[in-house]
Design a protein. Structure first.
Length: 298
């Protein structure tokens, strides 16, 4: 399998795992503070990745050079994750996933500013189609709501987190020095744990961990081991093999994965009116993949 195809495979796994965090997060959000939940998931994720890094011998001296890099990247992801769980208190998972699909457009902008990566005409058209699909879902297929720009509180809060997430890919590419994936991501998670433990402060201590319902623990473990540790590795692996805008193009398939998660969890399917918007986001992904294949052959 070529490096490009491996990058695409990594991002497909990324999309499926991210989708699960929306559905599970919606179920757990009412019972725990977003900062506390994410502090726990960063600590667990860091422990697991440091263990993997030490086991595979990927912890060299270079890993500890310029540790400020980890705090920059961790700060971006901490903003993203906290706003995500805050938004899930009031917004539906599919709607939140639609907001997430605005990331490719944001990433394309940041990719150009930081890395001078130029978006091709086909990529630009695909991003516009995906953006239209996202807006269709976010505004519940209601054109009058779009005109009035009536955005739910949860979606609005989460949008700021998506800006931070879009910055992550080009910033990672700029700051990476070839470290092993396990050690590098363990460094990011460790820095994120420090940031969130400091910020959550008293809330972390006051949380009655024993009284938390089971869904909260399931969510913490899922987001720590799969939606954090594994997706970090997928994102880093793909970022070093694909342009930033195409890495984030896989966010377009997340709403479709969320629908599958919702059905699997017994939450039913979303209203039929928003399905065309989901279809547009999937179409945009296919357009970007076709463009990637054409470039690879050329």
């Amino acid at each position: 399998m070529s490096p490009h195809l491996k990058g695409h495979a990594a991002m497909m796994v990324f999309a499926a795992l991210v989708a699960g965090s929306f559905s599970l997060g919606r179920m757990a959000a009412p019972y725990i503070d977003p900062m506390v939940l994410n502090a726990a998931r960063f600590v667990i994720g860091a422990i697991v990745l440091w263990g993997l890094a030490l086991t595979t011998g990927g912890v060299g001296r270079a890993v500890f050079d310029a540790p400020w890099r980890y705090f920059v990247l961790a700060g971006l992801f901490a903003i993203y994750f906290v706003t995500m769980f805050e938004g899930l208190k009031t917004a539906e998972p599919v709607s939140m996933a639609a907001v997430f699909t605005l990331n490719p457009a944001l990433t394309a902008v940041f990719g150009y500013i930081l890395l001078r990566q130029v978006t091709t005409p086909r990529m630009a058209i695909a991003i516009v189609i995906g953006g239209v699909g996202a807006l269709w879902v976010i505004f519940d297929a209601d054109l009058s709501a779009l005109v009035r720009f009536e955005v739910g509180r949860g979606e609005a809060v989460y949008f700021w987190g998506c800006i931070a997430h879009a910055l992550y890919s080009p910033v990672l590419r700029k700051l990476s020095r070839g470290e092993g994936a396990f050690a590098f991501n363990a460094g990011v998670l460790s820095a994120g744990a420090v940031i969130l433990i400091v910020l959550s402060g008293p809330k972390l201590v006051q949380t009655d961990w024993a009284a938390l319902p089971g869904i909260v623990w399931v969510t913490i473990l899922y987001v720590a081991l799969l939606a954090t540790a594994v997706t970090f590795m997928c994102l880093r692996y793909a970022t070093l093999r694909l342009p930033s805008a195409k890495v984030m193009a896989y966010t377009y398939i997340v709403p479709s994965w969320v629908i599958l998660w919702e059905v699997a969890l017994g939450h039913g399917v979303p209203p039929a009116l928003i399905l065309p918007g989901v279809a547009l986001t999937a179409l945009s992904l296919l357009m970007l993949l076709k463009d990637e294949e054409r470039v690879a052959v050329a």
